[in-house]
Design a protein around this ligand. Structure first.
Ligand code: S3P
Length: 429
């Protein structure tokens, strides 16, 4: 699908975004192995989170509901049954990596696969710790999906994550649910902690001291009512759009503002953005609030180290913003971007150049000089949702019409993206 985008005179109004993708996956997976029913409101409408529900159904879990509200009838820790067919994770790295932790705890064999993009993404990061816990796992060429997992009889481990990854942390903790004793994970830098919060909400006994998280195995998890905050990573596209286009003033309602995710707002405020959060509240252990943002000239800067890990999903759209800042943007320590849905260092630089913006790839980052003009261009999503949405935002700030090829990719996390964009972006005459 192709989308035409015209330059905008402002990005303004009040918008509500779909539920957080990371939290939705976790709630659904934990609900499946909890006892009793869990009602989840504002569940992500993205295709990725529906891949998770599809896999859970295939494992014998009853899932009722539609759109963004579901009731999941939990089977308890020992109630899943073998799927009659292979489990389809679609485009979703979270589904395959996190669900594999649960599959490793089952006394049956599962096979889980994904689409072409997912089939190229590295899985040793989960197969290694799961094998250490006692699961038998086979991967294509020892590293790629499909994965064949024969689980059961896991023993706890004390695992040091070699890469900062909340998906891997979650995978090990989910496997730890089925092991007798205490499973621990130590992180090199702090990653999003939705799993820890959600497991506690469902009744697990989990402690965290500095960078080490420990979970007591075989907990009694109880079904409950939960509401997912709106996705801050989806909000990022609109925040950047409002910062880029002069005259913009936008309010985003009910966004998830978990401190392990909100580095985006701190970074932007630090380089001059006008962002206000009038009020914060806690909902199922997660912080939630409205975000008010208005256009402002920005300085630019460097994203590196722990900040890169904290902003990893936002870097495509921040790269776009970087080109319009005073001093430009340098991204370092972002080798992980090369193994996302696409090699995002490459696909972002390719699209920036299509609109006449200078940008250079480094082995693990991007260098983008500031004060650049954006020219209308023919962009390609390369099948990557965040690339599609980042360049839709770039197109709003261009000097002419742009076209995005593969625009349907946005549906992976944000099917309403194009509609929401057309509601708040006023076309420039
Ligand atoms: C996610 C963690 C991140 C992120 C992904 C969602 C999660 O991946 O990029 O979109 O929900 O835990 P990594 O764990 O690979 O860093």
């Amino acid at each position: 699908m192709q989308k035409r985008i015209l330059p905008a005179s402002s990005v303004s109004g009040s918008i509500v975004l779909p539920g957080d993708k990371s939290i939705s996956h976790r709630y659904a997976m934990i609900a499946a192995v909890a006892e009793g029913a869990t009602r989840i409101r504002n569940y992500s409408t993205g295709a990725d989170c529906h891949s998770t529900l599809g896999c859970l159904r295939a494992l014998g879990v009853e899932v009722e509901g539609q759109a963004s509200e579901f009731v999941i009838h939990g089977k308890g820790l020992d109630g899943l049954r073998a799927s009659t067919g292979d489990l389809d994770a679609g485009n979703s790295g979270s589904t395959i990596r996190m669900l594999s932790g649960i599959l490793a705890g089952q006394p049956f064999r599962s096979r889980i696969f994904g689409d072409e993009s997912l089939s190229r993404r590295p899985m040793q990061r989960i197969t290694k710790p799961l094998a250490e816990m006692g699961a038998r796992i086979r991967a294509r060429q020892d590293k790629y999906p499909p994965l064949e997992i024969e689980g059961g009889d896991l023993h706890p481990i004390d695992y040091k994550l070699p890469v900062p990854s909340a998906q891997v942390k979650t995978c090990v903790l989910f496997a730890g649910l089925f092991a007798d004793g205490e499973t621990s994970v130590t992180e090199p830098v702090r990653s999003r902690d939705h799993t820890e919060i959600a497991l506690r909400e469902f009744g697990a006994n989990l402690t965290s001291a500095r960078s080490k998280i420990s979970l007591a195995g075989r907990p009694r998890l109880r079904g409950r009512e939960l509401t997912v905050p709106s996705d801050l990573s989806s909000a990022a596209f609109f925040i950047v759009a409002a910062l880029l286009v002069p005259g913009s003033r936008l309010t985003i309602h009910g966004a998830g503002l978990n401190p392990t995710r909100s580095a985006l707002l701190d970074f932007l405020s630090g380089i001059g953005a006008k962002i206000r959060i009038p009020q914060l509240e806690s909902q199922n252990g997660e912080l939630v609030g409205d975000i008010e943002v208005e256009h402002a000239p920005l300085r630019g800067g460097t994203i590196e180290g722990g900040l890169t890990a904290a902003l990893i999903d936002e870097i495509p759209v921040l790269a776009v913003l970087g080109a319009a800042t005073e001093e430009g943007l340098t991204v370092k320590d972002a080798g992980e971007l090369r193994v996302k849905e696409t090699d995002r260092i490459h696909t972002v630089v390719d699209n920036l150049r299509r609109m006449g913006v200078r940008a250079d790839e480094t082995a693990d980052g991007i260098v983008i000089p500031g004060r650049q003009k954006f020219h209308g261009a023919a962009f390609d999503s390369f099948g990557d949702h965040r690339v599609a949405m980042a360049f839709a935002v770039a197109a709003l700030h261009a000097d002419g019409e742009s076209v995005i090829e593969g625009a349907e990719a946005a549906s992976v996390s944000f099917p309403e993206f194009w509609h929401t964009l057309s509601r708040c972006a006023q076309v420039r005459n």
